[in-house]
Design a protein around this ligand. Structure first.
Ligand SMILES: NC(=O)c1ccc[n+]([C@@H]2O[C@H](COP(=O)([O-])OP(=O)(O)OC[C@H]3O[C@@H](n4cnc5c(N)ncnc54)[C@H](OP(=O)(O)O)[C@@H]3O)[C@@H](O)[C@H]2O)c1
Length: 255
């Protein structure tokens, strides 16, 4: 349990990793703003969290991260309602995709717009608040698949996640040289964690962990304000390290 409640906005909080991060952060004593498109899910989660932790403040806001004006407006509104903003978790994401050149530009574009341009809007909105306050913690949910180019249905998804990690590192590269800005940046690289995104995926079962276990590793890395974390550490730290070094002919058979 922490003693200082931090005020955190989480995008994509209606299911999977985002919903579980909200549960676990609230259990650690933090106040949360839950955002996503499915507000019925957010309202149920708010009721669940406030029943379990009556002292916690839980704000709910409808947000489609591809509506960029809404990203800025919701960030400002949720920040005001929370009474300030200590942390923003860029989590909303989409796993749609097809091999490039197979006639489904629409699916690949939707993934890129949600995971990359949507994340860019969220980082811009969060950083506006953090620059003004001169403090904050930016958390970006990338993916192990960001470490290398991925084949077939994963190509655009992996590229979008590499782009998001690069945005986070770019922000960090600025703020580490600005002592007047007390801003930390954490990039999470989850491996396979059970969620709606992969509920029908069979071949990854061996390395898949349940949502609570996977998110516990994410929340520990967030709370420790790690610069980057492959989560869960086992088996993803050795796999991630190997992925960066091995030739593509080997990497393409690993994940
Ligand atoms: N699970 C894994 O193994 C894994 C591994 C690596 C990375 N990740 C990343 O973890 C993040 C969470 O994914 P998940 O696994 O928890 O999948 P999920 O259960 O499908 O959750 C995705 C969340 O993103 C939200 N979302 C999707 N499109 C959105 C949009 N246009 N605007 C606002 N919210 C949107 C969804 O909410 P609404 O539909 O209600 O809007 C939902 O809350 C994603 O960024 C994903 O890429 C997951």
């Amino acid at each position: 349990m922490t003693t200082t409640p931090l005020r955190t906005i989480i995008t994509g909080a209606s299911s999977g990793l985002g919903a579980e991060m909200a549960r676990q952060l609230a259990a650690r004593g933090h106040d949360v703003a839950l955002t996503a498109r499915r507000t019925d899910r957010l309202e149920s989660l708010r009721d669940e969290i406030t029943a379990a932790h009556p002292g916690r403040r839980v704000v709910v806001r409808a947000l489609d991260v591809t509506d960029h004006d809404q990203v800025f407006a919701v960030t400002r509104e949720a920040t005001a309602e929370l009474g300030g903003l200590d942390r923003f978790v860029v989590n909303a994401g989409l796993g749609k995709g097809t091999p490039l050149g197979t006639g489904r530009f629409d699916a690949n574009r939707e993934t890129a717009m949600t995971n990359f341009v949507g994340a860019l809007a969220q980082i811009e909105a969060a950083m506006e608040v953090f620059r003004e306050q001169r403090q904050g913690h930016l958390v970006v949910v990338s993916s192990i698949s960001a470490l290398r180019g991925m084949r077939r249905a994963m190509t655009t998804y992996a590229a979008s996640k590499a782009g998001v990690a690069s945005l986070a590192e770019g922000v960090r590269s600025e703020v580490i040289a600005r002592p007047e800005l007390d801003i930390d940046v954490t990039t999470l690289y989850p491996g396979y964690i059970r969620s709606e995104m992969n509920e029908h995926v069979e071949q990854e079962q061996k390395m898949m962990v349940d949502t609570e276990t996977g998110v516990r590793a994410m929340v520990e890395a967030i709370e420790a304000r790690k610069v980057k974390a492959y989560v869960p550490t086992w088996p993803w730290l050795p796999i991630g390290t190997a992925m960066r070094a091995l030739p593509l002919s080997v990497v393409r058979r690993m994940v």
